[in-house]
Design a protein around this ligand. Sequence first.
Ligand SMILES: Cc1cc2nc3c(=O)[nH]c(=O)nc-3n(C[C@H](O)[C@H](O)[C@H](O)COP(=O)(O)OP(=O)(O)OC[C@H]3O[C@@H](n4cnc5c(N)ncnc54)[C@H](O)[C@@H]3O)c2cc1C
Length: 324
Amino acid sequence: MLKPKIAIIGAGLSGLSCAKKLCLAGFSPTVIEKSRGIGGRLSTRRIGNQFSFDHGAQYVSSNGYDFNLYLNEAMEKGVAGEWCRMHSNANAKPKSKPKIVGLKGMSNLVTPLAENLDLHFNSAVKSINPHNNGWEVETINKLGKTTFDIVVITIPAPQARELLSTQLVISSDLNKVQFSPCLAAMIAFEDKISIETNTFMSPNSELAWCARNSSKPNQQLLPDCWIVHASAGWSEKNIDSSKDEIAKNLLKIFSNTFHIKLPKVQFLAGHKWRYAFACLPLKKDYILSSEKTLIVGGDWCLGNRAEDAYDTGLSIASFISNTF
Ligand SMILES: Cc1cc2nc3c(=O)[nH]c(=O)nc-3n(C[C@H](O)[C@H](O)[C@H](O)COP(=O)(O)OP(=O)(O)OC[C@H]3O[C@@H](n4cnc5c(N)ncnc54)[C@H](O)[C@@H]3O)c2cc1C
């Protein structure tokens, strides 16, 4: 029997885990991604050969069998490794779960999933409309309009809502999901700052997380690079500020928080994650259209961590391979 033609929109962890599992089941999905690389919120900003910042997800850990298996595979392939087990939170258990990071950046964590995939970058999807028994997907680049039998959408729920406003059944589920933003600063200091601890969880109400990026495995030769993530409250209040203002303000808060005189700053940039974390997830594996050929998923279906993204992708792939 002829296999259905499948599009997966989004090359984050959920889209790629879905694509990989479908390939193993004999399907040949086309992955359409708006940015110029894989990983989505598992993201690394590289500034020449000088600096590198994981400005989205900081590390991943696994509770379930499937993601654990994948992380072991990624470590065997040499693209993932273990980071420090401890952080400064006084409530942290002495031996918490291993924090797994992508070697040479978080975006590398997903590379084993993307091997041999039909991937299209710089291809933002702007509309999805019913067409005969399938769907017509329109992108803003040379892919133009293409028809598929099945379309899987793995982007943050608020962005999916914009694409699928005419799909009433799907929209009613999408409307239940809420996201909060996270504003970030990437800072490189000329000399190592006088803080021995490498990670701080919620050091005050304005900051959610501070981490010495250069303490990650394979990053030690870099200058003292830090990531500062603002709390959800501070991020919501400052979401309309420019990225430069965000970076300067977070640097000031960072300095005040640790009461230290900072060395010269070599690099400073801000980033806005408008849709960072699902503060109200759906608690369902995925959303299905009445035709069962339009499927929407993402971390926000099950929670707000990388493992949730991985698991929803696998569930969608299982549904497709068991049904078609
Ligand atoms: C600041 C921050 C810190 C985090 N820290 C952690 C952490 O420490 N540990 C952890 O487990 N998780 C963390 N997370 C959450 C984790 O990053 C996510 O759960 C996971 O990466 C989500 O994967 P996803 O594939 O569902 O979505 P995404 O990663 O958002 O992937 C969606 C993809 O779709 C693409 N896309 C969007 N719209 C379109 C369109 N119209 N057309 C084509 N492509 C499109 C995007 O470019 C993106 O590549 C963090 C997230 C943020 C933002």
